[in-house]
Design a protein around this ligand. Sequence first.
Ligand code: PMT
Length: 403
Amino acid sequence: MTTKSVLLIIGGGIAAYKSLELIRDLSKRGIRSKAILTSAGAEFITPLSVGSLTGAKCYTALFNLTDEAEMGHIELSRSADLLVVAPATADLLAKPALGVANDLASTALLATDKPVLYAPAMNVRMWQHPAVQRNVATLKDDGALFVGPGEGDMACGEFGFGRMAEPSDIADAVEAHFAGRSDGRLNGRHIVVTAGPTHEPIDPVRYLANRSSGKQGYAIAASLARMGAQVTLISGPTELPSPAGVATVRIQTAREMMDATMKALPADAAVCCAAVADYRPEIETEHKIKKERGGLSSIALEENPDILNALSKLDVGRPKLVVGFAAETDDILCNANAKRKRKGCDWIVANDVSTGTGTMGGDNNTVTILSEAGEESWENMPKTQVAGRLASYIADELNKRSC
Ligand code: PMT
């Protein structure tokens, strides 16, 4: 196998220090890197530390005649298999989105004929600014890949989305991109995936939820994207960064998940992996319920809409393949099959979520795929492997149905 190489563009953000760890992580995975450090990036880390870790010259300026003689900026951006921008600041997202090239980093981004993976990092309000979101949407339309940002505490003291994805997650996305490069079995397909729990508010500080981490659904979305599908991931609240190349819509409640899922249609397939709360409090109070007044001794509940059921029974615009999941603790296959028939989906993936299995929140899963044609049980394996195999089955099925 030939060694893959990355051109890492390091922007000016506090997360720049993490790019040093990224270089090491990539190198451990056998991926070579060269780096461009922007002048703002050089305020946070030095060209010497970058060059020491890549084992190559760290490029900094556009009009360095030696660089241009040795390797022009065009060759620099084309000699790599993938460009990775980490941290991708608002500035580094804006320039390629608008076609601006006025330094080495932005010139390399416009001159390249290779895919680009952005790992955004900025303050939450900057990330949410409509101008930044417009630029992200433009870059995605142009085929750019994204990993993160994640949610959490920021260096500026605020909390929210804008934290750069962890170096290992960026390296995973790079590796996944290289692993999936040749597999275009889902090219041209749009697939909607739901993942994670939903939070059903009781009052401003409390909610009903479950133990789903989103790991299984995110892994499925990532696998489908690697196979060339355009993936819309409708996610409940999770700690996970958006998988590379996936459009992630974040929601809180079952009703929001239903709206977002229907809005994402038309789709060739839908995979409902989310652990949607079946019920929500009948009343969401505006003020915090006081314990002293006994307001929480009982909570009246009402049923949430069932997304899988609604998708499977659409008269117009039903995805060709609808896959549900069944989280069961007993009589697993029998209950799962009854669920498949009742909700009307084509396949249902049964998994045992009883205490001790670690399925909910853990890294592994043991599943059985049930369909009209019968059942197939898979051995216990990492959720990423379940995802890869399921994505492959979905590709085969969609291609069979198109014949
Ligand atoms: O997130 P992880 O920690 O990785 O864990 C993965 C998982 C165990 C959550 C996942 O593999 C799984 O089993 N997801 C479905 C969990 C679930 O809610 O199952 P259910 O039996 O309650 O629902 C059956 C199906 O109907 C599911 O496809 C569910 O998404 C769907 N549903 C349920 C209720 C509802 N209101 N709307 C729905 O669409």
